[in-house]
Write a protein that binds this ligand. Structure first.
Ligand code: FDA
Length: 389
């Protein structure tokens, strides 16, 4: 069977592309339902974009690559679309926009728009091989238990990254890219909890507090959560994308106030109080106890001179920790790295040396922060490819 355009992957990017790719479009996916990551995202409410989305919120070997696509299909364009479908939404925090009701509304909206555009979708379809034909591409697939050959002029690869293999994530996009001579930048899990050895923080599991976390030039002010295996929460997920094995992360436990002033005041007013008791008034008490033990904080406040208080505050605002690893692709929200943008047009997402072959969404080496940025990249890159076909 012959199609003008075949899109591999019925996720966020693939469906957006199908809406804009014109006539005679076939979308293929091995899953039994489209948009599964949309459905589970944002705790079932889908953080579908961010009011502040811009190129600065993305990691890529080429930080300029995403600019063009993000400028041509913005968060406001997506808001227009959900407005047309009467989907109610709200801002949660830091510009993060969520559905009031359910992420399923976003999937339904995309399917409705795809149907209007006349796109065909085959689910539960395995892609066995992809090769170049004289005027496009020939694919061997297995659908409904039957082997089929389908051909197309344009092939759009939107099969995502490697995160959450249990949900059907595969490295197909990278295999196709390599087959056609494109490079892949190093891939690794992003937006992922970080782990520490020997249950170091297991006694603190469940403790959460606002922090500033810093690593390799990036800094995020958000909540941090202690878990049985290490550290999580939005601040840690954000910084995990910048962290490399062996690096320390620096945690400021007082991102919004000066602990030195607070401790000095306490020393004047209640100098006989034990240092760890005072800390427990400034931090979650389990964490204060842990730090008092770890840093051997003994004695009364009155015993601490200014130099000792300064040294303590330096530790409280610059707690350096070296994670041993991350929870990996099993729980990572995204895959960092991917199809090297050097080989792609930033306007159309088409491979520079393979006319008709496109890569969009998470499989490309463009990765957003936590907070709706990754879906925005899926919408923007899907739109760029779709409208150029
Ligand atoms: P996506 O992964 O969505 O789609 C790829 C499609 O290709 C899938 O349907 C898959 O079945 C199919 N496929 C893969 N391999 C195949 C193969 N070999 N053959 C056939 N089909 C194949 N982002 C955000 O902005 N806000 C949020 O709230 C969240 N929340 C969130 C929660 C969780 C738990 C995760 C794991 C991720 C998020 N994300 C997120 C990230 C976001 O889900 C992700 O960046 C986008 O879904 C990427 O869209 P794509 O279309 O590129 O890939």
């Amino acid at each position: 069977m012959q199609f003008e355009t075949i899109i591999l992957g019925a996720g966020a990017a693939g469906m957006m592309c199908a809406i804009h790719a014109g006539r005679d479009v076939l979308v293929l996916d091995h899953a039994k339902a489209p948009g599964e990551k949309i459905r589970i995202s944002g705790g079932g409410r889908c953080n579908f974009t961010n009011m502040h989305a811009g190129p600065g919120n993305f990691l890529s070997a080429n930080p300029h690559f995403a600019k063009s696509a993000l400028a041509r299909y913005t968060q406001w364009d997506f808001l227009d679309l959900i407005g047309k479908h009467g989907i109610a939404w709200h801002e949660k925090t830091l510009g993060q926009l969520f559905c009031d009701d359910s992420a399923k509304q976003i999937v339904a909206m995309l399917l409705d728009e795809m149907a209007k555009a006349g796109a065909t979708m085959w689910l539960r379809t395995a892609i066995t091989s992809v090769e170049k034909s004289e005027d496009g591409f020939r694919l061997q697939i297995e659908s409904e238990g039957k082997r089929k050959t389908v051909t197309c002029r344009n092939l759009v690869v939107a099969t995502g990254g490697k995160s959450i293999p249990k949900m059907g994530a595969t490295g197909l996009a990278y295999d196709i890219a390599r087959q056609f001579g494109l490079s892949i930048t190093e891939t690794r899990p992003g937006l992922v909890p970080l782990t520490f050895p020997d249950g170091r923080f297991s006694g603190l599991s469940g403790v959460s507090l606002p922090v500033r976390v810093i690593c390799n030039g990036a800094s995020f002010d958000e909540a941090m959560l202690f878990t049985h295996r290490g550290l999580s929460g939005p601040a840690i997920l954000q910084i995990s994308s910048y962290w490399r094995e062996g690096d320390a992360i620096r945690i400021n436990l007082f991102p919004n106030s000066d602990p030195f002033e607070a401790l000095r005041t306490q020393r004047q007013q209640a100098g006989r109080k034990n240092l760890s008791t005072v800390l427990a008034q400034m931090l979650p008490s389990r964490l204060a106890d842990y730090l008092a033990g770890e840093w051997k904080l003994n004695g009364n406040l009155a015993d601490q001179g200014d130099a000792a208080l300064t040294a303590l505050c330096d530790r409280l605002t610059g707690w350096d920790l070296v994670p041993t690893g991350s929870e990996g692709y099993r729980t990572a929200e995204v895959t960092l790295g991917g199809v090297d943008t050097d080989g792609l047009s930033s306007k159309t997402m088409m491979a520079k040396d393979v006319p008709g072959l496109y890569f969009i969404g998470e499989c490309v080496d463009v990765t957003g922060w936590l907070g709706g940025y990754n879906f925005q990249w899926a919408w923007s890159s899907g739109f760029a490819a779709g409208t150029s076909i």
